[in-house]
Design a protein. Structure first.
Length: 207
């Protein structure tokens, strides 16, 4: 995994004479030469979060309502890591993988958002902090795919597959874990740590 530099003086990542703007999510030319320690993209993102400088861009966790225990465990751990890295969880807001992800995110200090297919917000799982009832059924998958900078599928079937396909159509980073549908151009990742590195690299996009 490519490393970038972290400037303790600036409290920002730096790369090739540029500094990362955590509000615009863009690299701008630095005023002068800056030095820093080499860190992974995920470490840089977490440091930005700890410095309270990072805009909370949404990352989606998608997967089945009827999930297996190991999928629930992965979703919960991934939700927690998104919170620790200053990222906003966006999901379907219902049960299974979605509920596990919301639980992990909320318990790590995040504020999970659920984009519900239902007509009323009360259909959300108990860990959703911001329930948004769309009333449009499965079509809400397109909202999730469009709104997120990255999507992680943890298991899943046809519904998850549709979200993955939409994510690719919208040019998003799409990752697959724990028996998620196999899709061309979607990396299969083996751990939450690997997923976070790939998400962080996409967000920071060092060149």
């Amino acid at each position: 995994m490519q490393q970038i530099l972290w400037s303790g003086a600036l409290q920002r990542p730096i790369w090739n004479g540029c500094v990362f703007d955590p509000v615009r999510f863009a690299w701008t030319k630095a005023d002068g030469g800056h030095r820093g320690e080499a860190v992974s993209p995920a470490r840089a993102l977490r440091l930005l979060s700890q410095a309270a400088q990072l805009r909370r861009v949404p990352v989606g966790i998608i997967g089945p309502r009827e999930a297996k225990p190991h999928q629930l465990e992965t979703a919960e751990a991934l939700g927690a890591e998104l919170a620790r890295h200053g990222l906003q969880l966006l999901c379907g807001g219902r049960n299974g993988v979605m509920e596990a992800a919301c639980r992990g995110h909320a318990e790590a200090g995040g504020i999970p958002i659920g984009i519900l297919p239902d007509d009323e917000w009360q259909a959300a799982n108990p860990f959703v902090a911001i329930p948004i009832a769309t009333g449009i059924g499965p079509a809400r998958n397109a909202i999730i795919a469009r709104a997120c900078v990255a999507l992680v599928a943890v298991g899943g079937g046809v519904g998850t597959l549709s979200e993955m396909a939409l994510g690719l159509q919208f040019g998003r980073l799409v990752l697959a874990m724990n028996d998620a549908p196999a899709v061309d151009d979607v990396p299969i990742v083996q751990s939450v740590a690997e997923a976070m590195e790939l998400i962080s690299a996409r967000i920071l996009q060092p060149t």
